[in-house]
Structures are given as C-alpha cells and as structure tokens.
Design a protein around this ligand. Structure first.
Ligand code: ZN
Length: 292
C-alpha cells in the first residue's frame, strides 16, 4: 500500500468539495487555481461547473496547469418514462463522453438513476426492476459510443438510501454484475468507481473489490460517514472525522493493483461549504496524509 503520509501527489479534489466557500458558489476557474497553487495534481469536475465557465476555458486551464482528471462527473440518469426521455438521456450522455474526452478524463463516472421523476419529487412508477433493466440497456448503448471515443465508463454504486432518486445500482456486486454482462472480456472500457461513503458498510466489500480487480477499479472516492448524518446528500464528513476505516478499504483496492488518485468528494451544506475554501483544501491535504 502506498505511503500517503509525506506528500499529496495522489490526492485529487472532486470540485464539488469546494463548490462553495463561506456559502458562496465558487467558479470552477478559481477552484482550479486554488488546487494548482497547492500542488494538487488532479481534479474531478462537475459538468454544470464546466458548462458555467465554458468547456474551452476549462480545457485550457487544465492543460496550462498540467492537471489530470481522475474522473468526470457525471453521466447516467438512464431511466425514463418514454422514448423521448430515453433519447434525451442518451444524447446527454454522449455529450458527457465528448466533454470527458476534451478534458482528457480518466473515466466518465456514471450515477445511473433510479425511478424516473423521483429526483424531482414524484416518481412515475414503483418498478425498480424496470429501472434497473433500463440502466443496463442504457449503459450497453453508451458503452459502444464510449468505446469508439476511447473513454472508459465507471459505474458508481450509490448507498441504498439513494435507490429511488439517484441510483438503483446500490452495491459493488450489482455494479460488477452489469460490468460482467456488458463487458465480459474486461476490455478496460467499463468498470466501477468505489466511493467509500456508499460502500463502506457492505459485508461483501472486500470480496467484491477482489472480484473487480485492477481492470475494473477505475476511481476511488473518499470522505467520511458522520454519526449522526443529518442530511441524506449533503452531510458528508472530512476523512478522519467519521466511522469509515478508509485506509483499510484503500488497502483492499491497492492490493488489486489500483494505483490512481484518491479523490476527495465532500458535499457539506452545513459545515465544509460554510468554511473558507482555502481552509477546506488545506484540511483535505492534511487528512489525505493522516486519515486516507
Ligand atoms: Zn463518489
């Protein structure tokens, strides 16, 4: 297992982590500058942040600073109620692949979607099996496009509390079942993003990380699980402040040969997004060394 205690060369910042500074939305160019100033070598930006600044602007900034993208957030949201909705999802996902290519991302992260309409507050139906079927079909179709573009797709299983509104793939086992069905040859085009927040509780986690192997382990996301957790989405903790044994999970991932970035991804309306983003970044660097 790599020693992270003396530097932060394997730290990546998911740009949502400092999306807000003292509660105020931060433009992506200033987030990138703040990361580069600290010798952070990789980021994982969100599409809305890139769109707000303009893809060419961000592409140039990333190049000028020699930054890598540990991933691009995000594609997915495949389920829909009708053909129009399915086509909209397909077209949007293809654009996400194109953007990821332009930014030279390591992979496009997929948050696959749940029951259509649920994210907006009203699910169109209760058939989660149908959604899972649509997810599998959607990934299969996108995979062809992504392969042609040479952009790997990383399915991110989300904690079961998001099954209705964000992702009906909820365990690493489920994600790997889809990978095995759609990419049995382990071509490198399809894999998983392991986010400790979503999977730390899973009794099968170690075994499924072994099953994934190096070919399928495309991204590793860290933060911490707070007790109590006060918000389902935006109460993620800083590494070391909660109950996840992050070094243990990183050890499992690295035992399979994963040698990529450890990406900090914290959504925190009540705490970290209220602080100055400089303090948050400095804390990420310190905790990367001491708690990851
Ligand atoms: Zn994640």
């Amino acid at each position: 297992m790599r020693d992270f205690s003396t530097d932060h060369r394997w730290l990546s910042i998911n740009t949502a982590t400092i999306r807000k500074s003292r509660g105020v939305e931060q433009p992506l160019p200033s987030i990138i500058e703040a990361c580069a100033q600290r010798g952070i070598r990789a980021i994982s930006p969100w599409r809305d942040q890139v769109a707000a600044a303009g893809l060419p602007v961000i592409s140039k900034l990333v190049n000028d600073h020699g930054l890598e993208l540990s991933g691009y957030c995000r594609g997915g949201m495949f389920p829909a109620v009708d053909a129009v909705g399915m086509k909209a999802a397909r077209d949007d996902n293809r654009r996400a692949v194109d953007e990821a290519c332009e930014l030279n991302a390591a992979c496009l992260v997929l948050v696959v979607g749940g029951l259509p309409g649920a994210l907006a507050g009203k699910a169109a139906h209760k058939d989660i099996a149908l959604s899972r079927h649509q997810v599998s079909d959607g990934i299969a179709e996108l995979l062809e496009y992504a392969k042609a573009a040479n952009m790997p797709l990383a399915i991110e299983p989300l904690h079961p509390m998001y099954a209705a509104d964000r992702a009906c793939i909820n365990t690493l086992e489920q994600a790997l079942d889809v990978c095995d069905a759609l990419d049995p040859s382990r071509s490198g085009a399809l894999g998983v993003a392991v986010d400790v927040y979503h999977v730390w509780w899973d009794p099968k986690l170690e075994a499924q990380i072994q099953r994934a192997g190096k070919d399928r382990l495309m991204a590793f996301h860290v933060c911490d699980w707070m007790t109590p957790t006060t918000d389902l989405l935006e109460d993620r903790g800083m590494m070391g402040d909660g109950v996840i044994d992050i070094p243990k999970i990183r050890g499992w991932v690295e035992a399979q040969g994963f040698a990529g970035y450890s990406e900090v991804e914290i959504f925190s309306t009540g705490n970290w997004w209220q602080r100055d983003s400089a303090e948050v970044l400095d804390t990420c660097i310190a905790r990367h060394r001491s708690a990851v």
